[in-house]
Design a protein around this ligand. Structure first.
Ligand SMILES: [Zn+2]
Length: 240
């Protein structure tokens, strides 16, 4: 049996022969590395939310740009010390987390990619990445970029779809709407009604679907620009 179209989206679904042949053919032009977290999302959303949502976006983007893009998964733990009072949260220290992320990037560069987008789904990962990104870029000197998926949501689409007008937030209207649209089994409606924080109650699946469409379009457009060479990372200058 040959592999299915969806198997082609993920590095780990290939055999070494299949992956090698795709790299050699030159059809693979960019790699997405999703990074997220496993952490509490109030009483009503499954703890995989950030991981599941960023992978949902990455998969749709890779599908849209097929066969040019592949996804390398390695990071479903995030930097989440601020959520550790809720057990079940998995948190990595920034040093360890950045080490594994860099090793994943390095592995994909070793495979032949020079366009790599680290697509983020968790707020706690942003500051450590921003603080170290220039050094990652200087080490590899490739088109290596970091973006959070919600930064591709146009303000106009967010404002038209969110009653609270607040995003991304944490387990609030935006994330709850996303889950309702993409993986509704992760939303516990009884717990949502009973918890003190009632903001997630504004969420609808329709709004979630509209926002996901806009995000996927934005990320896909950005990755295509990376492939075309019109979006190139600014590597901080080296000292002469
Ligand atoms: Zn979240």
């Amino acid at each position: 049996m040959s592999s299915s179209a969806s198997d082609q989206l993920f590095v780990h679904k290939h055999t070494r022969k299949e992956f090698r042949e795709r790299m050699q053919s030159g059809e693979l032009k960019a790699c997405i590395i999703p990074v997220a977290a496993t952490e509490q999302h109030l009483e009503h959303l499954a703890m995989e939310h950030d991981w599941r949502s960023v992978n949902h976006v990455a998969s749709l983007v890779a599908e849209k740009l097929s066969p040019q893009v592949v996804i390398a998964q390695s990071m479903n733990i995030g930097i989440s010390e601020h959520h550790m009072r809720h057990i079940g949260t998995l948190s990595a220290l920034p040093g360890s987390w950045l080490g594994v992320l860099f090793d994943t990037i390095r592995s994909m560069h070793h495979a032949g990619f020079t366009n790599i987008l680290v697509l983020n789904g968790h707020g706690g990962n942003i500051a450590p990445c921003e603080g170290n990104w220039g050094q990652f870029q200087q080490r590899l000197e490739i088109n290596l970029q970091f973006e959070s998926y919600w930064s591709f949501l146009p303000d106009s689409v967010a404002e038209a779809n969110l009653k609270t007008k607040r995003w991304p937030g944490h387990a609030q209207e935006f994330e709850t709407a996303f889950a309702m649209a993409a993986f509704p089994e992760n939303v516990r409606h009884d717990a949502m009604r009973e918890q003190p924080d009632q903001e997630p109650m504004e969420a609808t699946a329709e709004a979630g679907a509209a926002m996901i469409d806009a995000i996927v379009e934005g990320v896909a457009g950005h990755v295509q620009k990376m492939i075309d060479g019109t979006s190139v990372a600014d590597i901080p200058p080296f000292h002469e």
